[in-house]
Design a protein around this ligand. Sequence first.
Ligand SMILES: [Zn+2]
Length: 280
Amino acid sequence: MNVIHELGPGLFDASFRHLSGPGPVDRVLCFDRNNLLWKIVEEGLALPRCHELMGLPEEAEFIFAFTLCDEPCYLYLGLPLPEGNGLKYRDPYLFRSLQPAELAWASLLGLQLSAWYAHHRRCGMCGSVLAHMEDERALYCPGCEAVLYPQIAPAVIVAVTSGQKILLARSSARPGGWYSLISGYVDIGETLEAAVVREVQEEVGLSVHGIRYVVSQPWPLSASLMVGFVAEASEDQEIRVDGNEIAEAAWFTRDRLPDHPPLLGIAGELIERFRNGELC
Ligand SMILES: [Zn+2]
C-alpha cells in the first residue's frame, strides 16, 4: 500500500487545460452532494463516459477537471443526474479500497473541485454570477472583477516523540477507533511551527521543541494541505487531553503500536516512518 497521492508517472495530471468538452466518449464526474456517479464495469468501477449519462439537460455545464491516464475528465456542474443504465452513486469513503489508486485519487480531487464550484456560483462581494477563466483554474466576477482560486486550507500534523516513544491520541469523534497523531488547521497570522506548538498544547497539554518538517500531503476531503512534522516532548510532562477533540492519549514504543491509520494518508506514513526508526 502507498500514500494515496503518490502515483506513477503519466497516470494523473491535475494541471488545468482549457478544453471545450466533453466529447461523447470523454469521462465525466457527476456528484450528488458528496457522492460520485460511477459506471459499474466488469473490473469494478469506472468514471462514466459522457454518452452513458442519462437526463443531461440541453445546456449542461461542464468544466475541465484533470487528466487521468491521458484522458481528459470533466466535472458536470448541474443538478444531480439519475442513476440507472449501470450508473450508481457511491460515497467518497470508497477511496480506501478503490483500485486502481489513480481512480481513487481522481474521485477525491473531483469532490474537492465539485464542492468549490458549488460554493462559488456567485460573487460573495457583489452577487454577480461568476464566469470561468479560460487560461487557469479560476473564477472571474464580471461585476467587480474579482478573481477566485480554489481554496486550500493548510493544516499541521505532528508525530510527537520522546526518546524511542511516540505520542498517539484517540479522537472523541471515533469512540473505540484507532490512535493517530495530533493535527489541526493553521490559524490566521500563524506559522506552521506555531500551529504545531499550539495544537499539541491544546489537545494533550504538552510543550514541544525541536520541530522538524518531514513530509506533506494534499487532502481533498477537507480541501487541505497537510504539513507533517516531527517534534520532541519530555515524557515527564503530564498528558492532559482536552476532552473535546481528544478522548485519550498515551506514549507507545514502536513494537507496541495500537490500531492506527493505514499508509494511505500522511498520519499512517508518519507512524510508519517512526516504526522504521526514521523519525528518532
Ligand atoms: Zn463581484
